[in-house]
Design a protein around this ligand. Structure first.
Ligand SMILES: [Zn+2]
Length: 151
């Protein structure tokens, strides 16, 4: 049983990793974006768990992958998917979005599907964009990678 659980955690990590690796870069998906900053804070409704806040900075070369793993190590099939909100913000050229989400994973510990995790995430995302130029996005995409500014 314990082994099966460990496998489930490993499988989940592998799936996440594959999704991350197959995500396009921020530059490919949102050519005008210079940087995206994600500020994340977590609160445990039971008051038991304490999880450090996180800040993620994504430059043009980063993967356009906006799923946040649940910081609770016992949580299975949880996490927070910010893809839709962030993609929406970036495709509209907005500079700020914030909100909160609850984790719908399971607090497993041998009793699968008994307790929802429900850890709460508050997020604030800010984005900066290159000044809009007339050069078509296509030209920027074809710029060799080594000339690209890494942030
Ligand atoms: Zn969770």
């Amino acid at each position: 049983m314990v082994q099966r659980q460990l496998d489930a955690y490993k499988q989940e990590r592998d799936t996440r990793r594959r999704a991350y690796l197959s995500a396009p870069s921020v530059r490919e998906k949102f050519p005008r974006v210079e940087q995206v900053a994600l500020e994340l804070t977590f609160s445990d409704p039971t008051g038991i768990g304490k999880h450090s806040p996180q800040t993620h900075l994504l430059g043009p070369a980063a993967r356009a992958y906006f799923e946040v793993a649940c910081p609770c190590s016992a949580c299975l099939a949880g996490g927070f998917d910010l893809s839709a909100v962030i993609s929406d913000m970036l495709s509209r050229g907005r500079s700020k979005v914030s909100g909160k989400l609850s984790c719908h994973g399971w607090q497993d510990r041998g009793r699968a599907c008994e307790h929802r995790c429900l850890l709460e995430l508050r997020y604030r995302a800010t984005a900066s964009y290159e000044p809009s130029v007339d050069a078509p996005a296509r030209a920027r995409l074809e710029r060799p990678n080594r000339l690209a500014v890494r942030r």
